[in-house]
Design a protein around this ligand. Sequence first.
Ligand code: NCD
Length: 303
Amino acid sequence: MKHILNAKQFNKVDVEKILNSVPKMKEICETNKERPLEGKIVACVFFEPSTRTRLSFETAALRLGAQVISAEDASHNSSSHKGETIEDTTRTLSCYADIIVMRHHIVGAAEMAAKVATKSIVNAGDGANQHPSQGLLDLYTIQKEHGKLSGLSIAFVGDVLNSRTIHSLIPLLVLYGGNKFYFISPKELMIDSEFRNYLVDNKVDFEEINELDGVLPQVDVLYMTRVQKERFSNLADYEKVKDSFLLKKEHVEKLKSDAIIMHPLPRVNEIEPEIDQDSRAAYFRQAQNGLYVRMALLVHTLE
Ligand code: NCD
């Protein structure tokens, strides 16, 4: 039994197996002939809001021939609302489903679930910590758009402190080496010491800066993020930083012609909508890739 809890659990062999099976997953969607997960049940239990992650996991399961049970607002509609623990919810779901895809606001929730689960747990986001399926789909997107995963210059912009998608993509990129990372944020949202130590221990080439314009002409990937309002205990602190980095047309004009703009979505106002027409805007292609990568991940989990 395999759990998918943290992007750091993957080695290059696993990652390449998953990424290389994406064309096959796309073919399964297009031809609708194969059902590799027929007879399986996937439970999607979400204690935090989601559009892409939950619905793409559910679509992935259905495209693979599995069936889906779902608690889309589990904080209110599951017995967690009555005080049930993550462990007891997991023990119960293990009686019903073959894979449990879980999103929770508590850091470490997926690991707590995995300790008692008798079926596979897939972490669909635990607080500001990890979101490994997003890391994989982001990695796939970079490979597809640039044809390589090393020798790239990548800027992460916005809430680099609280972004679980950044925390998940970086360890996957670190497997490939030779990349330069820029973390661009207001000073309140800079990476924390634990993550900085991880980067230093792994000899990652990175810079932390507080302004965007200077790096635009050199980056291959501009990875925008939403300021994670739900992680702030004080609304005034959020208000102070929420509009620190808004991407406008004049920024995009400074990018290289083959640079790409990514965003895990949802965006609030970090990317001006008229940028969507620019061919470098890759965020909806990224969301489409998410379906195929999650199909590949579900298959991998049950192998
Ligand atoms: C992200 C998340 O939930 O961490 N969304 C997603 O899964 N695509 C990013 C975000 O909510 O800002």
